[in-house]
Design a protein. Structure first.
Length: 583
């Protein structure tokens, strides 16, 4: 027994625009074309370029149909009743030819097209040739097409369409009137989908249609294809959950939950949410990109003038406004920085899950640190109020004015905040931890007192040193560089011996600015090494550049030749650094 089935037509074909007024999101182009027809100011070759699914071929077909219509309306639209319009709608027009350049890209195909151009139209004023994906033509085919495109018969019009304008040779571009099609806005696609859903008697949630429009990325044809797919999944009712499940899209609620947990410092909940996303099959890279976009959207909501940059539905927009009021701008900048670094380093990470989890820990740690600092400030303020001395008013106002002096900071400052000395060596970065151990006030007070009263280390007493001791320390550091494979800096340090000047200043003579820059870049490690080795904190390093004297009796080394070349063309040194080249 055979079951009869209605023939299904995809929405992209069923609701394809047939007039200029029904084209979505390309009003500047359609207005220009209508005015050109109205004023009889038509070019003989057009080039429609832009991304996929934005209406290039559709506008080409509408233009071809309208040009040959014998009974145009007042709005410069085809009547759909004359013989030319009817034959075009039935795909039987002999004056409008469509050629797919992707499969007809040879010289012979273009030659046959040129032969057809010689014959005038049988019906109507013009013969229109629509060549789709014209960038697929070979170079020889383009050259065979040049002469006809430059001087076509008065009745011939060529409409070329392409998604890759940069692949078309300039001689073709100069012979065409170029129209650049833009991506269709999300709101325009959403309103068009609402109109189609109403026509098809389909109940659709606005948030669901907005997600489809976002997923289409400016291509209406892609949006209609996704719409048909979702209708096949959910029937005559389209819900937001159906869209999320069917299209494998991360729900906004996940990002809102994670942001709330960051504000609350709830790290365990954040890690469990991320584990839930991975178990559902979502990609970690897609998640961190979406989280970055979420932070960006929260930042956009901070200012009413930038609120229009938020491309979400009204319900989601209200959630963004509410959460943006709870999130400080400075915290959002820090979160964006962490998420961006995680995104950049994701591909090169060996353990990608751990890489994202560390980023989430850093994000949560930011808020924990911020909260703890605020609590410390509150405690300090309370102690300041309680420990401030109460002075009794004096009888003599003149004397009282003389006696009043600025209050000195009470002792609670030393109890709550340790006195930090400027470190001599490079500080060790603090690693974020999930739990912050509580320290008792008595222990903290003892540690801070020790820090304040602790004398300077005996190894950093400002002692005098001899030139021999300096050379020994200098050679030891240079040997470490040689063992580490840093041959160039090793040779720079060995070429000229350092000299001791007044005030413990060490002068190093170098041949050029590049050597001076390399040595200055090493100061952060070399200077603490010398200070510790020679037991003197007043040591300074000064680089002196000397001009290289010409030596006609000696041959230039390869390095000296390169230095001369760098003086004339500094870009060579940049090239050497990019490829990490050595002599």
């Amino acid at each position: 027994m055979k079951r009869e089935m209605n023939e299904f037509v995809v929405s992209a074909r069923k609701y394809r625009p047939a007039t200029f007024d029904t084209v979505i999101g390309q009003s500047p182009i359609t207005t220009t074309l209508k005015n050109a027809i109205k004023n009889s100011h038509l070019a003989q070759s057009f080039l429609f370029c832009g991304p996929r699914g934005v209406g290039k071929t559709t506008c080409a077909r509408i233009l071809a149909k309208t040009i040959n219509c014998t009974n145009l309306s007042e709005d410069i639209e085809a009547c759909n009743k004359c013989e030319s319009c009817v034959s075009f709608d039935n795909n039987q027009s002999f004056n409008i030819y469509e050629l797919d350049a992707a499969s007809n890209n040879s010289v012979d195909d273009i030659r046959s097209l040129v032969d057809q151009v010689r014959f005038p139209p049988q019906l109507g004023k013009y013969k229109i040739y629509i060549i789709d994906e014209v960038h697929m033509l070979s170079a020889a085919a383009f050259n065979a097409f040049l002469k006809t495109l430059e001087e076509p018969p008065s009745y011939a019009i060529f409409i070329l369409a392409t998604t890759e304008k940069h692949k078309i040779i300039p001689t073709i571009l100069s012979r065409c009137q170029i129209f650049d099609f833009n991506r269709i806005k999300t709101d325009d696609i959403t309103s068009h989908l609402e109109w189609i859903a109403e026509k098809e008697n389909i109940s659709a949630e606005p948030d669901a249609l907005h997600i489809i429009a976002q997923k289409a990325d400016g291509a209406l044809r892609d949006a209609l294809s996704i719409f048909d797919q979702v209708v096949s999944f959910g029937g005559n009712k389209i819900t937001y959950k159906d869209i999320i499940n069917n299209l494998n899209i991360l729900d906004y609620d996940y990002y809102f939950r994670i942001t709330d947990d960051i504000l609350a410092g709830n790290l365990s909940s954040i890690l469990l949410t991320f584990n839930e996303l991975l178990n559902e099959g979502f990609d970690g890279h897609h998640f961190i990109n979406g989280l970055s976009s979420h932070f960006r959207d929260l930042l956009v909501c901070k200012d009413a003038s930038t609120l229009q940059l938020l491309e979400v539905s009204k319900n989601i927009k209200e959630k963004y406004k509410k959460q943006s009021l709870q999130t400080p701008s400075l915290l959002l900048f820090q979160l964006l920085d962490i998420a961006n670094k995680c995104d950049v380093e994701y591909r090169t990470s060996k353990n990608q899950r751990l890489h994202i989890e560390l980023a989430l820990i850093k994000m949560c740690r930011l808020q924990i640190t911020d909260t703890s600092e605020k609590k410390t400030e509150e405690i300090i303020t309370l102690k300041n109020i309680s420990s401030a001395p109460v002075t009794e008013p004096q009888k003599n106002p003149v004397k009282n004015a003389e006696v009043i002096k600025p209050l000195t900071p009470p002792s609670y400052v030393e109890e709550s905040q340790p006195v930090m000395e400027k470190p001599v060596s490079a500080p060790v970065p603090k690693t974020p931890s999930i739990k912050i151990p509580s320290v008792s006030k008595s222990t903290e007070k003892k540690e801070n007192e020790n820090k304040v009263s602790e004398p300077a280390s005996s190894s950093y007493e400002d002692k005098n040193f001899t030139l021999e001791e300096l050379h020994n320390a200098w050679d030891e550091y240079a040997k470490n560089l040689n063992d580490a494979g840093r041959k160039q800096l090793f040779s720079t340090m060995n070429k000229h011996r350092p000299i001791v000047k007044d005030d413990f200043s060490i002068e190093v003579i170098v041949d050029n600015k590049m050597q001076a820059d390399e040595l200055n870049a090493e100061h952060s490690s070399l200077l603490p090494f010398l200070k510790k080795k020679l037991s003197n904190r007043q040591i300074k390093i000064v680089c002196t550049i000397t001009e290289m004297k010409s030596r006609p009796d000696e041959a230039y080394t390869p390095k000296e030749k390169f230095m001369k070349m760098v003086e004339k063309n500094p870009a060579l040194d940049t090239l050497r650094k990019q490829f990490d080249l050595e002599f």
